[in-house]
Design a protein around this ligand. Sequence first.
Ligand SMILES: *Cc1c(COP(=O)(O)O)cnc(C)c1O
Length: 825
Amino acid sequence: MPQTPIVYDAPTPEPRASTVEAIQAEILERLIYSVGKDPIVARPHDWLAATIMAVRDRVMDRWMESSRETWRTSHKRVYYLSLEFLIGRLMRDAMSNVGLIEPVRDALKNLNVDLGDLINLEPDAALGNGGLGRLAACFLESMSSVKIPAYGYGIRYVHGLFRQEMSEGWQVELPEDWLAHGNPWEFERRESAYEIGFGGHVEPVTDPDGEVRQEWRPNDHLLAVAYDTPIVGWRGARVNTLRLWSAQPIDPILLDKFNSGDHIGALAESARAEAITRVLYPADSTAAGQELRLRQEFFFSSASLQDIVRRHLQQYGDLGSLPDKVAIQLNDTHPAISIAELMRILVDDNGLKWAEAWKLCKGTFGYTNHTLLPEALESWPVALLERLLPRHMQIIYQINADVLAEARQRAKFTDSQIANVSLIDEAGGRRVRMGQLAFVGSHSINGVSALHTELMKQTVFSDLHKLYPDRINNKTNGITPRRWLMQCNPDLTKLITDTIGPEFLDDIELLRGLDAHAEDPTFQGQFAQVKRANKEKLARLIKDRLNIVVSPDAMFDVQIKRIHEYKRQLLNIIQAVALYDEIRAHPERDWVPRVKIFAGKAAPGYWNAKLIIKLINDVAKVINNDPAVRGLLKVVFLPNYNVSLAEVIVPAADLSEQISTAGMEASGTGNMKFMANGAITIGTMDGANVEMHKEVGADNIVIFGLTTEEVNEKRAQGETPRSAIEASPRLKEALESISSGVFSPDDPDRYRDLIGGLYDHDWFMVARDFDAYATAQAEVDAIWTDKARWNAMAIRNTARVGFFSSDRTIRQYAQDIWGVPAAAE
Ligand SMILES: *Cc1c(COP(=O)(O)O)cnc(C)c1O
């Protein structure tokens, strides 16, 4: 029987007024009664905390109403499981979505506090590495905006992604401390705590009715405690919950040990438990492979599953309706162990039959694949899983046996096909493949761009696709237009509103209306003026942080993203060197002034990525200080790339660099942010660039380089890059100057191996794409000199970005995968 202790019609306080006076009074009240500070002595962080609480209170009413409504209507809930949420700052987002920016600004002004200062003081919550974590954050906001009852589940890392500083041009990693001043957005829910087990053994037990069940007896336990953050949608449409788990010991201190004098040992268990949620693994696009990582994955999967099942039973009282009322989306394979955990909960804890449980499981889960890079596909040694999660290992073997039997009987698979679909990788020590587990346990497996989804069918999952041909589908990524247009670019938003009216704020496809103004000189002038003001702001930031002067008249050519060889920052910086050589050789030509702006973090153990950062800084030092360049080219590396820095750089970009080796970037979302803000893309036919090319039209994007098929052919042929280098004098000269130490006189051999790799195998096709890239850059220069043409192209990029709204992506997930209704525009 459903338990219904919920009183739906409990009286609630009056919603808070949002007048300047009311907000001002509440900020003061919060400062005194919640922060405990006299306004006379309050520090900026105190004002920030008080302001966040005043804003938060205006979100709370809608939060309560949203969850009450889901209980009342029995709507299906969506659970988005992700080891990363790269949410950034929340205050401006929340204020903007509930229309509070102006009243809060005025209220604070009356208190002699500047809202802009407070916005910049809020810590940037970097609980993710890059695109995958940022996607999860955009999805949360969109799910609230299109009114889907949803929860994000993840980990409350005490230290998010490391802070990046430069020391003589090298990256150094420092601990990040986003919780140092407390976090007024979160609510600790001590009542929502679950026991998480590890290790131990499995015991068959015979029930009174004679049935034999397996029972897991872990020998190691800790607690998962929930912390909830409200995520408010556009115009307060709905408020959903981001629930992050924190690990805590069951016994904070072992008193007997302490009393016998072992003070450290008395706290050891506590330290061991807390270690699980202490830091985010900083590896992007590589599997971390450490035992602690597996513990993190199981910890948050188990806590989330227990919470989901508890809530479902509380409302519906039976598990047979799970797929009708619950959709769980796995963001990559990091939470894939959830599939075995749900099976354990259903079969062992709740006594369901295996076949019935498996049906419920597949009906409930969906899996999103994010990468085809072999080094990023997660697998765990069988021995490790057996030791840490013995019952789950049994369950995985059972699932595997069922799948392989089906493959042999129904699909008549050959031995090599069986090896491909098996959950166990037999090559080089037996390992469990999490991708295969996630695939077979889900009814939907989606890629994140049209190209990526096709490649998924042809490569990693080719045989699983033959076995289950109706499971793979595509959901091209998106970005929330609230954060990535309206909030980060208020001047452009105002201009668009003045030009086509405010309706686009609620239906982003209406940006199309700007197409009609693309050729209008007056509008072009206004559009360019907004860009110019954003560039001035970025130029000031560059001056403040790096003491480099850049001219806002120059083209701002931007590549900001994680540093990775496949993303080819190396191609970009080699082209800068070639351009440097040409500018000096031909001072008489009309060079287009450019500022090449880079930002991005390298995984701490990724040597080549760190070396590329050093190279960018070495090249910058030489070029920026050479009088022969006459300021026509500047190179800038901005440290500590994160969401907040992106919000300043993206609106100021003229040119967006999306130049990954074709076939290697699953989608990209940075590309979409630039498009929204009227930058022109120079890019390869990779990831979502392919769809951008289609949406914006070939005339409004600059495409170059090898296609996926051509890359595959060259790799298969084992063709050497040497001929490409010999055929291109400008490439050859640039490579020789870098590898001979022109930019590293203190260590002339620093780049010898890095550049040597391009002559050797050049896996990422840097040498073989160079000439096409340099030619495309010359074309970009030519367009730049025709201002009317450039502006028209830029305007059309903004006008046609609608498809890349994460509202569209989420509506497609809702319709095709989750089976939940979503609000139309
Ligand atoms: C959007 C975003 C990314 C993803 O960028 P890509 O260019 O798609 O790799 C990474 N980090 C941050 C901080 C972002 O905002």
